[in-house]
Write a protein that binds this ligand. Sequence first.
Ligand code: AMP
Ligand code: MG
Length: 332
Amino acid sequence: MKKYLYLLLPLLLTLPLFCSCEKNVYPLSATEFMMDTVITITVYDGEADALDSAMKLCKKYENLFSRTVETSDIVKINNSNGTPVTVDPETSELLKIALDIAEKSDGAFDPTVLPLVELWNVTKNTTPPKQDKITEGLKSVGYKNIHIDGNTVTANNGVKLDLGGIAKGYITDKVVEHLKQKKVTSAIINLGGNLYLLGNKKGEPFSVGIQKPFGNSDQHSAVLMMENKTAVTSGVYQRYFKHNGQLYHHIIDPKTGYPANNGLYAVTVVSDSSSLADGLSTACLLLGTEKATALAKEYGAELIIITSDDQLITTDGINRNTKKGETVLNLK
Ligand code: AMP
Ligand code: MG
């Protein structure tokens, strides 16, 4: 069977896990558990230390953006009780991107959704929280309470940040920048399903399998051909529990306090910027097809949407063909 890169964790199974210990024998690949997920970077050329330094870079950003690392900028903001906090310029940059997507998505993407994320805690809980707790949680959500002035961030009214919906994308962009500086022209950067395909593979575009929601890890709904682009998927099948036949997943609607429940199973955003694609994919999963399409257009991004009734919807910039019974997607 032909092997594809998969957008989500199963990607690990399909990547060549070569060791980086033997210098300059390409491809070189490294895998580590970071940011609560598995990250794999594979380089096909470039300077000898490109891979190791890229991994170190990921660690540096995890230490800045994590909501569980005590010394991170995000924890400092979350413990600040409304006092202005001086942060790293890159934290400020990431927050500005997050707030822009929050604004343009009319608050569907909201980096202050943390109280609800913790309340639902879908990887541990097996029953939904009580309505009064959800109502209470909703009172502490609101991105408009975050103010950025240069590198100073103020979080008013007790709001707390969770950049889980966008940080991996931002870090992906920084890794790509770094690899280019290290003369890498061909690489796969996969931060827990946040995928960037740098260059191509021996002149051919990379093939990325868009995972079939709730399918086996190697089942895909389509194959996307791409180079020098990022593809980021948000899906209801990634982290969830079921209660009384109802699915409760990890992407929470900041308006209702409940996980999105609009008939979309997965949204993949294809774009030049992974920060954007990451934030947008989370937002689009909440917005539904029509509003998601309009938002993607505003940002010049393309979407691949899979619905609960197994429809595959693509935006105007994507060509669809069928080859050997498979749906193959190309960017126009
Ligand atoms: P993703 O997999 O990129 O869609 O991000 C999902 C993660 O983003 C969740 O695990 C939460 O940490 C966070 N999150 C959940 N709901 C939202 C939301 N409405 N806006 C922003 N971040 C969210
Ligand atoms: Mg996201």
